[in-house]
Write a protein that binds this ligand. Structure first.
Ligand SMILES: NC(=O)c1ccc[n+]([C@@H]2O[C@H](COP(=O)([O-])OP(=O)(O)OC[C@H]3O[C@@H](n4cnc5c(N)ncnc54)[C@H](OP(=O)(O)O)[C@@H]3O)[C@@H](O)[C@H]2O)c1
Length: 339
């Protein structure tokens, strides 16, 4: 017995990856439908060895469908997700719309799978921001051992985190640099992204942080522990897929780097690649298409009491979005819906 599944935003970066992952992980699917905007009506999308024809979200009736994965941005989610949830279909949402709603669980299955039971209040479950998802997978096992007081994180975020038009901008701007007259001006990003780095992800908040930085703080507290202090600097880099993070952690108790490495080696969802030699760490291009959150460069920080540094890399379209959403659905199926 399988489930009737809806993928909303199936023509997007996250939606396509969602279909790949549902097929790869052999999610129990009885029937599946791909939805997008009217302009994509009829366009073909792969699901394993099958091809789905995209339908129009605007005219779709969610009654009788079990789970809907939404990946369409906050405005469209606000318009369509409440109706889907009210019709009895459980919504797993990738946008930031419901992440901070106290009546909606925000879940990273390796960290807080038990929060799943809170879904029933609104029939909605939120998927975290991509940079938060990979960070909490890496820090939670260390927090359980030595209690984290404060995190200082700098991110190096891929353009695919901003959607398919952002991928096109990096590609076209890079090519345009070599062809006189074909230079491409910034349009999705606030400055040139080709051969550059931009210390702004999402919009500015009143206090001078950006929304992406604020999300990392608020979401880490909601998912892991409200007592953890987080300060973040989020930076967009000219990488297509794969977010990287330099994470500095201050613990309540001393945690030796070798013990931290051993804890992470057995932690769910984590793969440690940490050789102190040239290339003995993971970079974004190596994490693409993988399920793991990779941790490298684990080392003591002797400038603070009980400090540790690490480097964390993951596929932002997978653990940062589609994979995490499918893992949430797996928890739902195993613990709540089991047929
Ligand atoms: N990319 C990431 O790393 C990442 C990580 C975490 C969360 N997210 C979130 O996931 C969502 C999607 O991101 P993405 O990167 O996949 O964006 P994307 O590549 O730009 O794709 C957007 C998708 O949403 C559909 N869509 C947009 N407005 C719609 C509307 N009014 N009605 C129906 N369909 C509509 C588009 O359909 P058409 O093709 O027909 O326009 C397309 O399928 C966003 O909320 C984003 O914040 C992304």
């Amino acid at each position: 017995m399988g489930y009737r599944i809806v993928v909303v935003g199936a023509t997007g970066n996250v939606g396509r990856e969602m279909l790949n992952i549902l097929a790869e992980r052999e999610f129990p699917v009885d029937e599946i439908v791909a939805l997008a905007s009217r302009k994509s009506l009829g366009s073909e999308i792969s699901f394993g060895d099958k091809t789905l024809k995209t339908k129009d979200l605007d005219t779709f009736d969610f009654s009788g469908w079990d789970i809907a994965f939404f990946s369409i941005g906050t405005d469209a989610t606000k318009k369509y997700a409440p109706g889907a949830a009210k019709s009895g279909c459980i919504v797993i949402d990738n946008s930031s719309l419901y992440r901070y709603d106290p009546n909606v669980p925000l879940i990273v299955p390796e960290v807080n799978a038990d929060a799943i039971f809170g879904y029933a209040k609104k029939n909605i479950i939120a998927n975290p921001n991509c940079s938060t998802a990979q960070m909490v997978v890496a820090i939670k096992p260390l927090h359980d051992r030595a209690k984290i007081k404060r995190i200082v994180v700098s991110t190096y975020q891929a353009v695919s985190g901003t959607g398919k038009s952002a991928i096109d901008e990096l590609w076209n701007q890079t090519k345009g640099m070599y062809v006189p007259g074909q230079e491409v001006a910034p349009s999705i990003f606030p400055k040139q992204i080709a051969f550059n780095v931009i210390p702004q992800c999402d919009v500015f908040m009143e206090d001078g942080t950006t929304k992406e930085e604020w999300k990392m703080v608020a979401e880490t507290k909601k998912i892991v522990d409200t007592a953890i202090k987080v300060t973040a600097t989020c930076v967009r880099v000219p990488v297509f897929v794969g977010h990287s993070e330099a994470i500095n952690i201050e613990f309540e108790e001393f945690l030796d780097e070798d013990e931290a490495r051993e804890i992470l080696r057995t932690a769910p969802g984590v793969l440690v690649v940490d050789k102190r030699e040239d290339g003995g760490y993971v970079t974004p291009v190596e994490c693409v298409g993988d399920f793991a959150t990779f941790v490298s460069r684990i080392r003591q920080d002797s400038t603070v009491e009980n400090g540790l540094n690490l480097w964390c890399v993951s596929d932002n379209l997978r653990k940062g979005a589609a994979l995490n959403a499918v893992q949430i659905a797996e928890v739902l199926v195993n613990r709540v819906l089991s047929k």
